[in-house]
Design a protein around this ligand. Structure first.
Ligand code: NAD
Length: 440
């Protein structure tokens, strides 16, 4: 009976979708479901986020204020901090953080506390979906036992599946609704319901045989990126030494129509996924008495990149007869990748700290980050983004491009700077003043 009601509610889109965690993943998912015609209840423990949404304002760059205010005024989204209302949702999507602890072990405390909150109001006919990135076995081994404390049975009373979010923030070609969704249910009924639900809002649903396959699939995707980025970062250091431009090499290699995918070097890894998720696997392997040497090595190579960039910058300044100490150095781009306002794990913060500790007189510009936020791992000075004027650029001994935002006019930057160090090949199309640019 409960299944039949849920089936109908998914079919006629009257199902209430509860989204727990209204961040970079939760809000785009709400967008997909609201656009498909569902109503959403948005849950977050951060009252500031909930109040901001209630006022019709956004805190995520690619979702405009007007969109949020339309959702709220049309009652397509009701944001709340009241977890006791989880029972009102027919479907609950969990999109809470899954960071690493200080000892680099998975920190599942957010998933666990969300599971406990859901278990408190769990009722028959609810479909629970975990979207947060995590190690294989989390859905069955961590989430399910907590939900079962409610006394309800999975597969008959409530339903449970894992479906990883593959959001690519800042990529205008792919919204949450346009990215195929891998889905693995705990049992056949959970899989069927989860597929039916996503099928209503997402372009393509790819069913897999278990939540473990879906969990492992997401972590494989992210580990694949981490390892391949490490490979080109390592080759960059070698090719720099040999006077070969790594970006030219990758551009040539990617003309091969099969068997090669282009990855690009940079000043280090950033964001909430690639620097973190592979270490979920490392932890899992350790528990199984195995090692994941590729992952460890990739982490080692990638995490050394900021040091490498600073050593190159020191050489280039030295060529101009200047030490880092006392030099005016501007970092362009504090976000971890182009066109986003997300500073999490961004290597720019390490660059800032390394250069400051060597006596650099530091400032920055980022059109998407007007003030530097406090960060867990870095001692961040209070600083706001400097206006990118001719005077500002020409006053710098060195301008370090750390993030290749599209908003930058690279011709203007090179024209007015004395020395530009480019970690992203962002100045590749600049014609005038190339003698002032260096790659690092
Ligand atoms: N950002 C990305 O590009 C991306 C892409 C794919 C997958 N993921 C994964 O998705 C998950 C969420 O990432 P995100 O980037 O959206 O994080 P986020 O920090 O932007 O958002 C998470 C939200 O969850 C809220 N929250 C924390 N604990 C809560 C609780 N107990 N109840 C309700 N709300 C709670 C936080 O206040 C925050 O607003 C992570 O597992 C991440 O690895 C992220």
């Amino acid at each position: 009976m409960a299944v039949q009601r849920l089936d109908e509610a998914i079919g006629d889109k009257s199902a209430m979708i509860g989204v727990v965690g209204l961040g970079y993943v939760g809000l785009p998912l709400i967008s997909a479901f609201v656009t498909a015609g569902f109503r959403c209840l948005g849950f977050d423990v951060d009252p500031k986020k909930v109040e901001t949404l209630k006022r019709g304002q956004s805190y995520i760059k690619h979702i405009p204020d007007e969109t949020i205010s339309a959702w709220v005024s049309e009652k397509q989204l009701e944001p709340t901090t009241d977890m006791d209302r989880l029972g009102e949702a027919d479907v609950i999507l969990i999109c809470v953080p899954t960071p690493l602890s200080d000892s680099r072990d998975p920190d599942l405390s957010y998933v666990e506390s969300t599971a406990r909150a859901i278990a408190k109001t769990l009722r028959t006919g609810q479909l629970i979906l975990l979207e947060s990135t995590t190690y294989p076995t989390t859905t069955r081994g961590v989430l399910l036992p907590i939900l079962q404390e409610s006394g309800l049975e999975v597969g008959t009373d409530f339903f449970l599946a894992y479906s990883p979010e593959r959001e690519d923030p800042g990529n205008p070609d792919y919204s949450a609704a346009g990215i195929p969704k891998v889905v693995g249910g705990i049992d056949a009924e959970s899989s069927r319901l989860a597929e039916a639900l996503y099928g209503q809002a997402i372009v393509q649903v790819i069913p897999v045989a278990s939540p473990e396959i879906a969990e492992a699939c997401k972590i494989l995707e992210n580990t694949y990126r981490a390892v391949n980025i490490a490979l080109v970062n390592e080759l960059k250091i070698l090719f720099d030494r040999l006077g070969i431009d790594i970006w030219d090499v990758v551009d040539a290699a990617k003309t091969k129509p099969f068997g090669f995918q282009a990855f690009y070097p940079g000043p280090g890894l950033g964001g909430h996924c690639i620097p973190i998720d592979p270490f979920y696997l490392t932890w899992l392997a350790r528990k199984a008495g195995l090692t994941t040497r590729f992952i460890e090595l990739a982490g080692e190579v990638n995490s050394r990149m900021p040091e490498y960039v600073v050593s190159r910058l020191a050489e280039f300044l030295n060529d101009e007869g200047k030490p880092i100490k006392g030099s005016q150095i501007a970092i362009l781009g504090m976000a971890y990748k182009k066109d986003v306002d997300d500073p999490r794990e961004s290597p720019s913060f390490e660059l800032l700290e390394l250069l400051s500790s060597r006596g650099g007189v530091m400032s920055y510009n980022d059109p998407h980050i007007p003030e530097l936020p406090q960060m867990r791992h870095w001692d961040v000075p209070e600083m706001s983004s400097s206006a990118l004027t001719e005077e500002y650029l020409s006053a710098q001994d060195c301008v370090l491009i750390a993030t290749d935002h599209s908003a930058y006019d690279y011709d203007f930057i090179v024209r007015h700077s004395r020395l530009v160090i480019d970690t992203r090949n962002a100045t590749k199309n600049v014609t005038g003043g190339r003698e002032k640019t260096r790659k690092a």
